[in-house]
Design a protein around this ligand. Structure first.
Ligand code: M6R
Length: 611
């Protein structure tokens, strides 16, 4: 949830850390702080964004070749200067930055207070650094050993970096359940929550594993397990490119990412579809091809937008491969003793690959013997590593907190999976396969066409930017699209919005409809077209304002609706990929017109690594 970055080497540390914190700000922006080794262990921290920390440190001598920085998404303790990281030990000799939650912090804190420790913040993190100090005082072990002992005492998730006034040539980093990557340079090392702060300095990285501690000097790296066993690091080359992390002329990352979708979907399909042969090849799950022929059920676990992609998959897999699918919020699944067996395949969907609830759901499903397929965007993240098999979405880094291109890439991968399963099970004819794959291959071009409606959507946004509520309706796979449209609008514009199956409206939400209620309806020409028309009439009869997403050339809905946005005609299976685009643009423009921070909406963070 928080972002961490550290540097040790021959360069000036401050600029590397500050630039890194800006890149990591998508992970949290409640406060920012830096510890620098510069004639002592100096700490600068401030509530608010990284830019506020920069203002705060104007005129200060920020030299030094070793340091660490943190950008926070608050869990324990309100966003404030004193709760900002880095936190220090009681004697101010040690400093720590932390991403994650120390679950037993309360009992540890009580013990430490009884031993005379006093605390300056409300955070769980401060307890950990006091614990390390306490262990050193009680046992006279060195810092490395004290950190190791402390980590064996804490329960919870962490990625931490520690600096000591007495050891000005060493960073100590460790992880359990929160991501951490080490950048390997010549006489320098970097440490960060993801590779974005590292990319312009080195391509060589080591992904730290759970329960590993790295002792880092500028010319020496030692990795040990928390059981004190030396580990052999695996250095890999980053595929990330710097331009992927920049706005590239767009006003916001979200807009850039919306416009990237023709490319990201192409990347996602590359090497996986063979339209003329009617073939899908998914190397990541091919060793389970036989199992797929015989399974009775698939369970999908995910959160937020990824859960919406799961709902789309339910339609696709049941339709194509005739396998019953259940879609669960990972956060519910993990706490309700789910009925899962070795016969089941559990698909875990996650952009970040780090979502704590989805990780926990995977662990439970694994314990019960299920096979786990991961559908993730971030290569090498915890979820793909915890899965037995999987398919990456290859959408490239998504920086905007509101998910856009990651969603359509997830839907694309899940479409490929549905077709692949149908292929294995013989539930689809060869001619249908050729037809579907030929259409799928053309989807990036159709998305280009959807994007041409941008100005028209901007005009509609202008009319509704001051609305207080919105309703989104859809049927079939249009229902998850409605849910996703509502989520996008509420998370970036703070307008209350609900997504509903269109036919369910009459069972309650219809009471909300009056002449001020905009109702966005997915009303494309597919199997539920006539039914959706009836739902539109029900809205109009109550004076609601209808904004309809229609198929190009539509006349019937166009006559009834107040506003229409056209999308190109395509097979019904691909409706979610196309109908989502105008909803993303509508939310984007409304949020911009309301003066909201589109890329960093309040209270949110990109990867939710706490439960
Ligand atoms: O990284 P994940 O896909 O696991 O994240 C799941 C949700 O936290 C995420 O989709 C969230 O709902 C986004 N803010 C949606 O835009």
């Amino acid at each position: 949830m928080c972002g961490i970055v550290g540097y040790i080497g021959y360069r000036e540390a401050w600029p590397i850390i500050i630039k890194g914190l800006h890149r990591l700000e998508y992970r949290g922006y409640d406060s920012a702080g830096v510890a620098l080794m510069n004639g002592g262990l100096n700490i600068y921290k401030k509530a608010g964004k990284v830019s506020e920390l920069e203002d705060f440190t104007q005129g200060v001598n920020l030299g030094g070749h070793m340091g660490m920085g943190h950008t926070r998404w608050a869990t324990h303790g309100a966003p404030s200067d004193r709760n900002s990281h880095p936190h220090t030990s009681g004697d101010d000799n040690l400093a720590i930055i932390h991403n994650g939650i120390i679950e037993n912090y309360s009992s540890l804190k009580e013990t430490l207070i009884s031993r005379g420790h006093t605390f300056k913040s409300d955070t769980d993190t401060e307890v950990l650094i006091h614990l390390i100090q306490d262990i050193q005082e009680q046992t006279s072990v060195d810092l490395r050993e004290a950190v190791r002992i402390a980590l064996n005492e804490v329960i919870g998730a962490y990625a931490i970096v520690i600096m000591s006034k007495d050891e000005p040539d060493q960073l100590i980093a460790a992880r359990k359940g929160s991501p951490m990557v080490l950048g390997v340079g010549k006489n320098e090392y970097f440490v960060a929550s993801d590779a974005s702060p590292i990319i312009e300095y080195t391509k060589n990285v080591i992904y730290l594993n759970d329960n590993e501690i790295a002792y880092i000097k500028r010319d020496e790296l030692l990795i040990k397990s928390i059981d004190n066993i030396v580990q052999t690091p695996y250095i890999q080359e980053l595929e990330l490119k710097l331009e992927m992390l920049e706005k590239g002329g767009y006003d916001h990352f979200m807009l850039k990412e919306i416009y990237e979708q023709p490319r990201s979907i192409k990347d996602c399909m590359r090497g996986r579809i063979y339209p003329s042969e009617g073939q899908v090849q998914l190397g990541g799950i091919k060793e389970y091809a036989e199992k797929l022929k015989n399974i009775d059920r698939i369970v999908i676990v995910a959160c937020g937008t990824s859960w919406h992609a799961g709902l789309v998959a339910e339609y696709l897999i049941e339709e194509c491969a005739r396998i019953p699918v259940e879609v669960e919020y990972a956060s519910e699944f993990r706490y309700r003793n789910p009925i899962i067996s070795e016969k089941d395949i559990v698909i875990a969907i996650s952009q970040s690959g780090e979502t704590a609830d989805t990780m926990a759901a995977i662990e439970i499903a694994k314990q019960k013997g299920a096979t786990i397929f991961g559908v993730c965007n971030v290569v090498g993240a915890s979820i793909p590593r915890a899965s037995h098999a999987g398919v990456y979405t290859h959408a490239g880094p998504e920086i905007g907190v509101a998910s856009t291109k990651a969603f359509t890439a997830q839907v694309t991968v899940l479409t490929l999976m549905a077709i692949y399963m149908a292929q294995q099970r013989g539930t689809i004819t060869q001619s249908k396969l050729v037809h579907l794959l030929t259409e799928l291959d053309n989807i990036p071009n159709l998305i280009e066409k959807c994007l041409l409606s941008n100005e028209h959507i901007q005009e509609i946004a202008e009319k509704f930017k001051d609305s207080r509520n919105f309703l989104f309706l859809g049927r079939g796979s249009g229902f998850p699209v409605a849910l996703e449209g509502a989520l996008k609008l509420k998370e970036i514009s703070y307008i209350h919005a609900e997504g509903y199956p269109a036919a369910e409206m009459k069972h309650g939400p219809i009471a909300l409809i009056d002449e001020e209620m905009p109702v966005v309806v997915i009303a494309t020409q597919n199997s539920s077209y006539e039914k959706v028309i009836s739902n539109i009439q029900e809205v109009k009869a109550r004076k609601g304002i209808v904004i309809a997403i229609v198929t190009e050339g539509d006349t019937e809905v166009t006559q009834m609706a107040d506003y229409t946005i056209e999308i190109p005609e395509a097979d019904e299976m691909f409706l979610p990929l196309l109908a989502t685009i105008p909803l993303q643009l509508l939310s984007y423009h409304i949020a911009v017109m309301r003066g909201c921070n589109v890329d960093q909406p309040r209270n949110l963070a990109k990867s939710v690594t706490v439960e």
